[in-house]
Design a protein around this ligand. Structure first.
Ligand code: VTB
Length: 328
């Protein structure tokens, strides 16, 4: 994606983060999400492009803002957009680390319409992608060993990020039995997956099942920088499974997607020109959150992974306060 366009999208993520951060620690995840979503929508509508939401806040008939299929912008280049306006609404509401505003962009038709179901995921950085030794079909122990070998460290120094959920009990045990460490997160697996490719976060591998939409967002970032991602839909086995599968079937109609097969990066993101942007809402290991000072200066921190110019940018942006003076 062109740098000028990336800067516009980055601005959208920043404005949403600034509004969401006003709710940091206030215990109201709904208000936080709404603030991010409204800011994001208004900012997208100000861009000279024809944006289309492919992953958003819900389906059209539920009438949310940023619904799937919603058209945004003042007209121009056709771009598909996946958003999770506030990834980790609870993280924001309780002021925990790594709440982010997240956006993925790609040429029209390139991003998978992801059904609202769980996706099993495995993610790691570019070295693992290059080695070709990871697979969602391998046991956790085999994948942990592959990571240790490629990163050149003992297994007991491999850090695996997993969502803290009952459904992951056996997985967590298997990873620990293999000798690796587990970094449990309450929420926010876009962070967990992306962090595997960002030195300094201490996360080497992401495993487990989270939202499918979040899977497409993470896959875009990892694809943009040559990282590794595989997914597989998980419809569960309860009474809702058949209904979820039927909805998913409709959403992937006309594509090559196998609902039970491995979802490779190139199926999730069918373009080499995608980009992923995340802006910090609360402070975290990958990016800091929104900081304000008495003069009204607002500082945001974002990560931008752009396949177009093969870059990863960490963007610290300082907005002048009412005094007009930049303080940094
Ligand atoms: C997942 C994960 C998200 O919420 O969707 C999770 O992908 C919800 O999982 O990053 P549960 O249904 O098990 O609670 C997040 O953690 C935050 O939106």
């Amino acid at each position: 994606m062109q740098i000028a366009r990336i800067m516009q999208i980055l601005n959208v993520a920043e404005l949403a983060a600034i509004e969401a951060a006003k709710w940091n620690g206030r215990g109201d995840k709904v208000a936080a999400d709404q603030a991010a979503t409204e800011a994001m929508r208004a900012a997208f509508n100000d861009i000279d492009f024809s944006g289309r939401i492919v992953i958003g806040e819900g389906e059209r008939d539920e009438a949310p803002m940023l619904y799937i299929g919603e058209e945004l912008g003042r007209g121009g280049e056709e771009i598909d957009i996946a958003v999770d306006p506030l990834e980790g609404t609870n993280l924001c509401a309780y002021n925990r680390p790594n709440a982010l505003t997240t956006i993925a962009v790609a040429p029209r038709g390139a991003l998978l319409f992801a059904p609202d179901t769980y996706m099993d995921k495995i993610a790691a950085g570019p070295a693992l992608k290059a080695a070709g030794t990871l697979s969602i079909d391998n046991s956790p122990a085999d994948n942990v060993r592959a990571v240790a070998e490629v990163l050149g460290k003992p297994v007991n120094e491999v850090n695996v990020c997993i969502l803290l959920r009952d459904r992951h009990k056996a997985l967590i045990q298997a990873v620990r039995n293999a000798g690796a460490r587990v970094r449990l997160i309450d929420d926010g697996d876009v962070f967990g997956a992306i962090a595997t490719a960002v030195p300094g976060t201490g996360i080497d591998l992401y495993l487990g099942s989270g939202g499918s939409p979040e899977g497409v967002l993470a896959a875009t970032g990892l694809k943009a920088i040559g990282g590794f991602f595989q997914g597989r839909f998980d419809f569960g086995s309860d009474e809702k499974a058949a209904e979820k599968r039927a909805r998913a079937e409709k959403m992937v109609e006309g594509t090559e997607v196998d609902l039970d097969g491995i979802l490779e990066q190139d199926v999730l993101v069918r373009s080499d020109d995608a980009a992923f942007i995340a802006c910090g809402v609360t402070d975290g290991e990958m990016v800091e959150g929104v900081h304000t000072d008495e003069g009204g200066t607002i500082t945001t921190h974002a990560i931008v992974m752009n396949a177009g110019d093969k870059t990863v940018r960490f963007v610290k942006n300082i907005r002048r306060g009412e005094s007009g003076v930049v303080r940094f």
